[in-house]
Design a binder for this molecule. Structure first.
Ligand SMILES: Cc1cc2nc3c(=O)[nH]c(=O)nc-3n(C[C@H](O)[C@H](O)[C@H](O)COP(=O)(O)OP(=O)(O)OC[C@H]3O[C@@H](n4cnc5c(N)ncnc54)[C@H](O)[C@@H]3O)c2cc1C
Length: 378
């Protein structure tokens, strides 16, 4: 593949760069989530109004009708410009696009893409994380309503969300993953309690969602009954792509920042410092090249699929290498930035858990990409 921008892509990049130069917030990103949330939301909405969000979604649902390459350029330029953190919403719109009815797409996608209505992902449960097919939240059809009961956990931004894309068991007799359906659940419905989970740093980024005989209209089912598993796999495959979640940009920014801090320390970097930075930079370049390769395959058609596990593993490796490098190097150059890097380091540990743990990604690659047998031969 040709790694250079086409003339159209170069024009797009140029327009985006000048928009960002004129529109980036002048204040720095606040440290606590309660202050960061309105800051992120304001910038994301401004970007949407400027025509820079939902680039690869069709125009009729509020997107820009462009391609995946433009999404990748957006990620790169946001990182380059040190733009605010984006709220991850795009991957939650994908199942509405692929499985939603015309009415569901019309009703839910435009406000989701505009960040006017915030969505969260209600998959994990206390006894169903890696083994998601073990989920026990139930949904029973009663006339023209579904009645939901159960509990979700680790729901990112659950306390800020208006809607939840929620998985529930609708057919207890079916083989585990076949009896699951996906629902659009308005979180301000009677019977729902959202309990924020406070992280060690004080942020309330996660929530538990308790559902106690919650009644939602029958038309809030997404896709057909029992499509839930396919929908879930579709969502997590988008969640696992560094380009889809804009993480290439974030890592670029961290690497540049780290190199700048080492330079600013005024000390001649020793061999080990250069090696640490070099490893982080090489890992990032491998991730970038891999992302471009898988993007060019996706441009030819199709969703990310099981191969997105490779993106997730590489992405996790880069994040954790970078953050460890940050701690190691800043210990040497002792600056006030160290506490920020310590937070990033701790957050980076979550990379090998969310969206399916690193072990689960390896299982997926072994079974679904390499077609290896599931266990030792008898
Ligand atoms: C930052 C973050 C954000 C998240 N956001 C959301 C969200 O918005 N919505 C949501 O639904 N969930 C969310 N989660 C939850 C996440 O999907 C689960 O934490 C993850 O799937 C792992 O499940 P678990 O925590 O139950 O761990 P477990 O499944 O109990 O796993 C524990 C350990 O056992 C290993 N293990 C388990 N089974 C196997 C196996 N078969 N082979 C090898 N090793 C195995 C795992 O790799 C892990 O190391 C989030 C998690 C994090 C950290």
């Amino acid at each position: 593949m040709d790694l250079r921008d086409s003339p159209d892509e170069a024009r797009f990049r140029g327009r985006l760069r000048s928009w960002l130069a004129d529109n980036l917030p002048s204040e720095p990103e606040p440290a606590t989530l309660s202050e960061r949330w309105p800051y992120m939301l304001a910038f994301q909405r401004k970007m949407y109004r400027g025509g820079w969000i939902a680039l690869s979604y069709p125009e009729e649902v509020g997107g820009q009708g462009l391609g995946l390459m433009e999404e990748a350029i957006l990620g790169e330029e946001l990182g380059r410009a040190n733009a605010p953190t984006m709220i991850p919403l795009g991957h939650l719109g994908r199942p509405l696009l692929s499985h939603g009815t015309a009415e569901q797409r019309r009703r839910y996608l435009p406000p989701l893409l505009a960040s006017e209505e915030i969505w969260c992902q209600g998959f994990s449960e206390p006894q169903a994380g890696s083994d998601l097919a073990a989920l026990r939240t139930r949904a029973v059809l009663d006339g023209d309503e579904w009645v939901l009961s159960g509990q979700k956990v680790w729901t990112s931004y659950g306390a800020f969300a208006d809607y939840c894309l929620l998985l529930a068991r609708t057919d207890p007799k079916a083989v585990r993953h076949r009896g699951i359906s996906a629902f659009v659940v308005p979180l301000r419905t009677a019977g729902i309690t959202v309990r924020p989970i406070v992280l060690a740093n004080g942020d309330e980024e996660f929530a538990e969602i308790h559902l106690d005989d919650v009644r939602i209209p029958a038309e809030n089912l997404l896709g057909k009954p029992t499509d839930g598993w396919r929908i879930a796999m579709d969502v997590v495959s988008y969640e696992r792509g560094a380009v889809d979640v804009g993480y290439l940009a974030k890592f670029d920014r961290y690497l540049t920042e780290l190199a700048g801090l080492v330079r600013a320390s005024g000390r001649e970097p020793d061999r080990s410092t250069l090696q640490t930075l070099g490893e982080a930079a090489a890992g990032l370049e491998v991730l970038r090249m891999h992302c471009l390769r898988s993007l060019s395959e996706r441009v030819e058609g199709g969703s990310p699929g099981a191969e997105s596990s490779i993106d997730k593993l590489l992405m996790t490796r880069v994040e954790q290498t970078l953050m460890s490098a940050g701690l190691e190097l800043l210990d040497d150059v002792t600056t006030p930035d160290r506490s920020e890097w310590f937070d990033r380091y701790l957050y980076g540990r979550a990379g090998s858990i969310y969206g399916g743990s690193a072990q689960i990604q390896r299982n997926i690659l072994a079974q679904r990409v390499l077609a290896l047998p599931r266990g030792p031969r008898a």
